[in-house]
Design a protein around this ligand. Structure first.
Ligand code: SF4
Length: 466
């Protein structure tokens, strides 16, 4: 395969690159050498993905070689002098020259920020969809580079458990999976420790379909296998949302610091950020929350009464719910419903728009705030897990509660984890970047049979949140 020198880095390319491809790769390498962010544009069909992969992998090779040589030189300076000094001096001069060349090529020289990249930086390659990621993987197969690869996907795409795959919603799959894993009831997960060293998984470039096929063949969970592969991977492919959503990053253990981040088709990033920070809360959602909470409340009261009658004690066990707590939660949903109904929306208007900070006022009316939200989220998670995993024929499972949980997560997402440097948005930033829009929708028939006559509320940032 032809190789081309770009900014002192030897890049292996599957064919002789066109001038525009060389320019593109040169720019990628310059960004890496200077440890700078870059925004690169190139017309469709000019082989951007191939250029990105080849130039980044080539620079990474050079950078790692320079790191290794640096360690080696340090070691030999420490105790290598003595007999054979003549030959040693020649080798030493060669190494020094090599080090100078590698430093120049990797960019770790004068004026650069030493230590910005970790010793073996991972390349995180994010794209909007999985089909785009598959295409990138196909392009990687066309190159000479054979890095350790990992593709992250959701349980929706990767689960092979026959019972869990039949569940429709992704959130229900997540809860069922967690319950099975905790109870050691998924043998695909139980096999993970035995199978994770198998060459079939660690060699070659596998996309999601390959992992699922292998998972079925080896009776091991592809979803958790991908997470295992991530630890030693040189390049990790993932959809944008895994990277942009801090919660997702935490769940998947994705570390940005010191690594190389590539956003393919980055013009989609702004919309993705808007989507991940936006939500609609409709009357139907709150009605579902009331219905699901009520279902669990009735069940809790029934079981408590039965236990009291026959055993003289409460429900017991992990699934124990406090009827009073559930009743309070049901009232909270009803109050929110009433609160939305009380908005005065002029007839025939498109609704009213308020600054983003209004969403906090809205939730504080029912005592949901930064201090109380954790307790609320824990209760919601417990309820969702119970409803999802119970064998009840209750049709709604926990769709409403899950949505409400997601909304609270978005609203209070600026509360970073303890000790994090994330700061609260100021009121003026909140006003500038976020809006709450309240509007009346056409009356629709609720599942309860009542008419839905009041407004829906949505909080939508008009601009990217941060
Ligand atoms: S551990 Fe894997 S196979 Fe088992 S339920 Fe979860 S995602 Fe599915």
């Amino acid at each position: 395969m032809p190789s081309v020198m770009c900014e002192g880095v030897q890049v292996e390319f599957p064919f002789e690159p066109y001038p525009c491809q060389k320019d593109y790769m040169r720019k990628v390498i310059q960004c890496l050498q200077m440890s700078k962010n870059g925004v690169l544009e190139s017309p469709t069909g000019t082989g951007k993905t191939l250029c990105l992969l080849c130039s980044t992998l080539a620079w990474r090779h050079t950078y790692i070689a320079q790191q290794e040589l640096g360690k080696c030189l340090k070691g030999s300076n420490g105790g290598g002098d003595g007999a054979g000094a003549g030959a040693g001096a020649g080798a030493g001069a060669y190494k020094e020259q090599l080090m100078t060349d590698l430093k120049a090529a990797s960019g770790w020289g004068e004026g650069s920020e030493e230590g910005l990249f970790i010793d073996r930086p991972k390349i995180i390659y994010a794209s909007r969809t999985h089909s785009q990621l598959s295409q990138a993987l196909d392009q990687l197969k066309d190159t000479i580079y054979r890095p350790k690869v990992c593709v992250l996907g959701s349980r929706e795409q990767m689960c092979v458990h026959p019972e869990v795959v039949k569940v429709e919603s992704n959130s229900a799959k997540v809860h069922m999976c967690r319950a099975k894993v905790n109870a050691k009831m998924c043998h695909f997960h139980n096999n993970l420790d035995n199978k994770k060293g198998e060459k079939a998984f660690s060699e070659g470039i596998l996309d999601i379909e390959d992992l699922v096929k292998l998972g079925n063949a080896h009776k091991v969970c592809p979803y958790y296998m991908a997470r295992e592969l991530k630890t030693s991977a040189d390049i990790i492919f993932m959809p944008y949302n895994y990277l942009l959503d801090p919660k997702s990053r935490r769940i998947h253990g994705i570390e940005l610091q010191g690594n190389i981040i590539i956003f393919d088709e980055a013009h989609n990033v702004e919309r993705m950020c808007e989507e991940s920070a936006s939500f609609d809360l409709t009357s139907f959602d709150l009605a579902s929350c009331v219905e699901e909470t009520d279902h669990l409340l009735k069940k809790t009261v029934e079981v408590t009464m039965l236990n009291e009658r026959y055993h003289g004690e409460g429900m017991g066990g992990d699934d124990e719910f406090d009827a009073a707590g559930l009743a309070t939660l049901k009232k909270l949903f009803l109050d929110l419903e009433e609160h939305i109904s009380s908005f005065n929306i002029p007839n025939h208007s498109d609704g009213i728009t308020k600054p983003g900070s209004f969403i906090f006022e809205f939730f504080s009316q029912v005592n949901i705030n930064a201090e109380t939200k954790n307790e609320l989220m824990q209760l919601l998670e417990k309820m969702i897990s119970h409803l999802t995993n119970s064998s009840t024929v209750f049709h709604n499972k926990a769709a409403g509660l899950q949505k409400f949980h997601d909304i609270i997560t978005i609203v209070f997402s600026r509360d970073g984890p303890e000790g994090s440097s994330r700061t609260q948005l100021t009121a003026s930033q909140m006003t500038k970047y976020y809006k709450v829009h309240i509007r009346t929708t056409e009356p629709t028939q609720k599942k309860t049979g009542k008419l839905d006559v009041w407004a829906s509320s949505s909080s939508k940032p008009k601009k990217k949140g941060n």
